[in-house]
Design a protein around this ligand. Structure first.
Ligand SMILES: Cc1cc2nc3c(=O)[nH]c(=O)nc-3n(C[C@H](O)[C@H](O)[C@H](O)COP(=O)(O)O)c2cc1C
Ligand code: SF4
Length: 420
């Protein structure tokens, strides 16, 4: 199948605006701005079935339609923070196919009648930020960005804003506070950003990959897009594959068209586990979702199938751990990450991530008792459902997931050191 999002993998130099235009680039923008009303664009995105690619999988067109009628200005904020461990898809889009993304930003801003879009990009992506700024200027020179888009009445500005390296700023309301110059910490919801967002105004927040899907939807039609993937999970998806595989990288496939096994072992995908070893565990949404195991290899890669297997597809960062991986050790690494990245605003997450790490260290240092292992579950249950934002819940996933499938490894560490 020809790539729809990672077209750069098929078409050399598509980051150049001339090459992009020669391959149909900015035609969707013309169609939208010159031939459709904002509501018609929103309806097309609704019909397409596009779901947010940032993690939560919320229907994009529906999100756009939540904006209160008649309240202006409105803002579009693009989430380019991409800080989930093992996620690197937005980076490839921004660096290698920036115009498709920018075209998506302009069409989406038009659909929600916003005249200012902000791209919040993680500070560790300086090359992507520079490429985007250059691409925006190239688009401006062609009349796609600025005071009169395509010579008409619609105007739009795009600002690239660099973050400062905090995972929590990927949470949409922390991102808004950070954009406003405040410390990036999640806001209490409601009110939701659609009603009270950036600078207190109605705001839509979407992921980079989500918006890169918009030009093909407008160009080829919502029905065409809906025919790709499954009934509930439509369209193409980028899967970021890393860990113990022969060929890590970004791979695009229609949702539900391949299994975890295809992605990990397929010739056109990651080409198997290094050293021909067996798969032991698979993280499907970076560090934030419970791990799956080799017995789940035949699970289809779409939101519903991964959920039925007991995990979350999220941003589809697939990290493969081979048979030699020490699971409690790997879990501790993830607990360190979450303890470090917890913003500290609410107690169950601030204290809970600290105690999960203390307990994981005890396990790996051979100082834990069986009671400590039970305590890992207790602390996790005290975090779940009690935090202001999902980070707290994410922090419990590596622990509960590894205890579900690999409790024997924890017990071996306890028994090996004479504890009970
Ligand atoms: C702790 C945390 C980190 C997040 N990091 C990101 C991120 O790096 N990129 C992203 O697009 N969404 C991230 N999200 C999800 C966003 O809050 C939001 O749901 C998403 O940007 C919405 O865009 P979408 O509907 O297009 O997916 C994160 C959420 C949480 C709770
Ligand atoms: S859950 Fe954690 S990261 Fe989220 S607001 Fe509470 S302390 Fe901050």
């Amino acid at each position: 199948m020809d790539k729809i999002i990672l077209r750069n993998q098929d078409i050399p130099d598509i980051s150049d605006i001339d090459v992009y235009e020669r391959n149909g680039g900015y035609e969707a923008l013309k169609r939208a701005v010159q031939g459709m009303t904002p509501d018609q664009v929103t309806d097309a995105v609704k019909i397409s079935g596009l779901k947010g690619r940032g993690g939560a999988g919320f229907p994009t067109g529906l999100k756009w339609s939540f904006l209160p009628k008649g309240v202006f200005p409105r803002y579009l904020v693009v989430n380019a923070d991409e800080s989930e461990p093992g996620t690197f898809k937005d980076r490839e889009i921004m660096e290698k196919n920036p115009h498709q993304f920018i075209e998506g930003v302009i069409i989406s801003a038009y659909a929600i009648q916003s005249h200012h879009a902000f791209i919040y990009i993680r500070g560790e992506y300086p090359a992507a930020a520079r490429i985007l700024e250059e691409a925006i200027e190239a688009a401006r020179a062609r009349g796609y960005v600025g005071e009169q888009v395509l010579g008409g009445d619609y105007k739009v500005e795009i600002t690239v804003h660099r973050g400062a390296g905090a995972y929590i700023c990927g949470e949409e309301t922390a991102m808004l506070d950070s954009l406003e110059g405040k410390l990036g910490m999640p806001r209490v919801k409601p009110p939701f950003p659609a009603v009270v967002g950036l600078y207190g105004k109605p705001t839509v927040i979407n992921n980079v990959e989500t918006l890169a899907n918009v030009p093909p939807i407008i160009d080829k039609g919502a029905e065409w897009y809906k025919s790709i993937g499954t009934e509930k999970s439509s369209g193409p998806k980028i899967f970021c594959v890393s860990g113990h595989v022969n060929r890590p990288g970004n791979y695009e496939a229609a949702l539900g068209s391949i299994t975890l096994r295809d992605l990990i072992f397929g010739k056109e995908y990651a080409q198997g586990v290094r050293g021909n070893k067996n798969v032991k565990a698979i993280l499907t949404a970076g560090a934030s979702a419970p791990m799956l195991t080799a017995q789940h290899l035949d699970t289809k890669l779409d939101y519903e199938a991964i959920a039925a297997a007991g995990s979350i597809l999220g941003s589809a960062s697939i990290i493969v751990l081979d048979e030699d991986t020490d699971i409690p050790w790997a879990t501790q690494k993830m607990s360190e990450f979450f303890k470090h990245e917890s913003c500290g605003k609410c107690t169950p997450c601030r204290e809970g991530t600290y105690w999960l790490l203390v307990l994981m260290q005890r396990v790996n240092e051979g100082k834990a008792s069986m009671q400590d292992i039970e305590m890992l579950s207790v602390v996790s249950s005290q975090i779940m459902g009690r935090t202001l934002c999902p980070l707290g819940e994410f922090a419990t996933s590596p622990v509960t997931g590894s205890l579900k499938w690999f409790k024997n490894e924890y017990e071996a560490k306890v028994k090996g050191n004479g504890h009970s």
